[in-house]
Design a protein around this ligand. Structure first.
Ligand code: HEC
Length: 204
């Protein structure tokens, strides 16, 4: 197809009436923009529904399409209404590294890089200081309770449920456990065989 080039003066002549029609009546042309369309605000009243509420309840049985399905101990850190003691997902070096990365970005500003509750935020938080995660009572918490603090928040601490997948939350719990071990030490007998052998050899 051959393009026809309109010289500028002719273009103005041709487009002039079109442009003028937008504003000829002195009012803006109505493009039916969504922001201007008739709509309800939250909590407004309506005569359309019998109960006069604009906001509707989802039909019974509706589930969010992004809801994770799976065992409660993994999704919520609880089994039969009790916190799980141990971390219910397999641990690996990459998972620990992920936990560390996320802990240092999201938790350390308040709880300290070592989890000991020493941070600038803690120093300045008057009402309730972020507690040490590596001393009692958090040290004695079952893994599920730490998981729940991340997933749902706790008291003055906001929830980080939206920020992390289920796996990432457990990765953080695992890293908190590692910090606890680092701070409080671990019985030599409790070390896995290869680590114990290597340690005993190197420290001799
Ligand atoms: C904005 C600061 C802040 C950040 C960030 C923060 N916390 Fe907290 N955290 C707190 C405060 C404050 C409390 C004590 C809340 C209270 O007792 O009202 C707390 C409490 C806790 C507890 C104890 C909960 C209980 O059941 O007693 C745990 C565990 C915890 N935080 C873990 C974390 C982890 C893991 C992260 C990172 C994902 C994190 N926190 C991020 C401020 C923070």
């Amino acid at each position: 197809m051959k393009l026809m080039v309109i010289p500028p003066p002719l273009f103005v002549l041709a487009a002039g009436p079109l442009l003028a029609s937008c504003n000829s009546s002195g009012t803006e042309r109505d493009f039916e923009r969504m922001v201007n369309q008739a709509h309800y605000e939250y909590y407004e009243e309506t005569s359309f529904f019998e109960d006069r509420r604009v906001m509707r309840e989802p039909p019974p049985g509706t589930v969010p399409n992004d809801r994770r399905l799976g065992p409660s101990e993994i999704l919520h850190g609880t089994a039969s209404g009790k916190f799980v003691e141990a971390i219910p997902v397999p641990l690996s070096r990459p998972r620990m590294d992920e936990g560390r990365k996320r802990f240092e970005v999201f938790c350390a500003p308040c709880h300290g890089v070592g989890g000991d509750g020493v941070s600038v935020v803690a120093h300045n938080m008057e009402l309730r200081k972020p507690p040490s995660l590596v001393a009692a009572p958090v040290l004695e918490y079952p893994a599920g309770r730490i998981y729940q603090a991340i997933a749902q928040g706790y008291g003055l601490m906001p929830s980080y449920g939206q920020d992390f997948s289920v796996e990432a939350r457990w990765a953080i719990v695992a890293y908190v456990r590692a910090l606890q071990l680092r701070t409080n030490g671990v019985a030599v007998d409790a070390l896995p065989e290869p680590v114990r052998v290597r340690m005993q050899k190197e420290l001799r």
